[in-house]
Design a protein around this ligand. Sequence first.
Ligand code: CU
Length: 140
Amino acid sequence: MKSLIVLCISISTLACAEPNYATKDKSRPLAQSNPVSENCGAVFKNSNNCLNWRVEQEPTQDQMGSFTFTLSHNPLGSIKVVLWMPSMGHGSSPVKVEQLGDRQYRASQVYFSMPGKWQIRFQIKDNNQVLDEAVIEVEI
Ligand SMILES: [Cu+2]
């Protein structure tokens, strides 16, 4: 994993969706474990909307984190971000999502309540119905 990150950075940060914070944190980087397709960090299943994200503030056990993300197309609903731990079937505290601009968003108050494998689930919602979803898997 470490050599992959170094390789990605030496080639180009644009060609690789590996978030650049991974190199900054010496102790335990929040490593993305799912394969990245093309230049998308994740793809929404139904709409093929391409999502890319960048960590602003890496979440720790003491501090909430934040990241920004962009979509390739305008979503047909509101955006929600859910932190989910699939192996144990629980989530974490709610993530705040604000729109920064055209197809640009910030997710803040990001907090993983325990170490392990988590999913960051990006959901496009119409009222309470999930129309589409993109998932990024991370290890905390
Ligand atoms: Cu758990």
